[in-house]
Design a protein around this ligand. Structure first.
Ligand SMILES: O=P(O)(O)OC[C@@H](O)[C@@H](O)c1c[nH]c2ccccc12
Length: 310
């Protein structure tokens, strides 16, 4: 695990030294740590509003989730597309002036996405669980809840708002937590997408029983640096164990054009997760009559297919 879950408390009590240790260790070292430390407080607030037992009762009344992994295996495109409903990011700010999640989600679905990802982190990505619910009402395809999961509570909350799959980030969870959270996700009939960024993390994840869907994030969440070679080198290093275990690999982040899609597909990614390049408002986009037309054009371009070829 690369990330400290909490600010560490000083081990010594000599006053001056304590002051020094506190100032150094009580600052997050990078954005991922900052997000995780803040997430602890956000989850506390959610628990105060709605206890876990209430969420569990809500979840018990829902019809079963859809099979996210099967939708990727069937794939409306090759590789299958998970399109992300993403309003903003901590590094780039807001991607467009007006953001209508239902419209975007419907356009993605009709233009060829096999599944959708919905960001629910409020502070850093301007997402929300109300957006997940709105999207659930607007489309048929399976949904991934994209958040920084630290507690089982968040898994029930995702399900209660209509998610079929939940992201688990190896950089912030121990193996024990990963294995435990996977059990809860499976018991709820959902799919876990386990995200890695390094070979160490991939090795940890491959060793956990029941992992069948792995996301390789091309973006380093500590620095925001994006490199598609991350997907290629990690798959390359572990081709055999990935194949033997029947793990489907999703290449995540920084995919902008047909060359990018071809590169990660060639490396062995069977699905891609794309946010920014689909959602971003370009300066020459005013001529698009509708969100559907916009998304159709962008997705056609991404897969190098003739315009309107759905
Ligand atoms: O907008 P991009 O570069 O296409 O990336 C999408 C997605 O991969 C990215 O949003 C993401 C991948 N893993 C995450 C974990 C948390 C928040 C966000 C993410």
């Amino acid at each position: 695990m690369r990330i400290r879950r909490h600010p560490s408390s000083p081990a010594v009590s000599i006053r001056e030294l304590q002051y020094q240790i506190q100032t150094q260790d009580s600052q997050p070292q990078n954005i991922l740590e900052e997000i995780v430390w803040h997430k602890e407080k956000e989850v506390d607030r959610f628990r105060d509003q709605t206890p876990l037992s209430d969420l569990q009762q809500q979840v018990a009344k829902l019809s079963p989730p859809q099979d996210f992994l099967a939708a990727l295996r069937q794939g409306k495109t090759t590789p299958a597309l998970i399109a992300e409903v993403k309003k903003a990011s901590p590094s780039k700010g807001q991607f467009r002036d007006t953001f209508h999640p239902e419209e975007i989600a419907q356009a993605y679905e009709r233009a060829g996405a096999s599944c959708l990802s919905v960001l629910t982190d409020q502070k850093f990505f301007q997402g929300g669980f109300e957006i997940l619910s709105q999207v659930r009402e607007s489309v048929q395809i399976p949904l991934l809840c994209k958040d920084f999961v630290l507690y089982p509570y968040q898994i029930y909350k995702a399900r209660a708002h209509g998610a079929d799959a939940v992201l688990l980030i190896a950089a912030v969870l121990s193996n024990q937590d990963l294995a435990y959270f996977m059990k809860i996700i499976k018991a709820l009939g959902m799919t876990a997408l386990v995200e890695v960024h390094t070979l160490e993390e991939l090795d940890r994840v491959i060793s956990i029983p029941g992992v069948d869907l792995v996301g390789i994030n091309n973006r380093d969440l500590e620095t925001f640096h994006v490199d598609l070679a991350v997907t290629c080198s990690l798959i390359d290093a572990r081709v055999n164990p990935l194949r033997d275990r029947g793990i489907l690999v999703v290449s995540e982040s920084g995919i902008h054009g047909p060359q990018d899609v071809a590169a990660v597909a060639q490396a062995g990614a069977q699905a891609i997760l794309v946010g920014e390049s689909l959602i971003k408002q370009e300066s020459d986009e005013s001529h698009f009559a509708s969100e559907l037309e916009r998304m159709q054009t962008k997705i056609d371009r991404l897969f190098n297919r003739p315009a309107g070829n759905l």
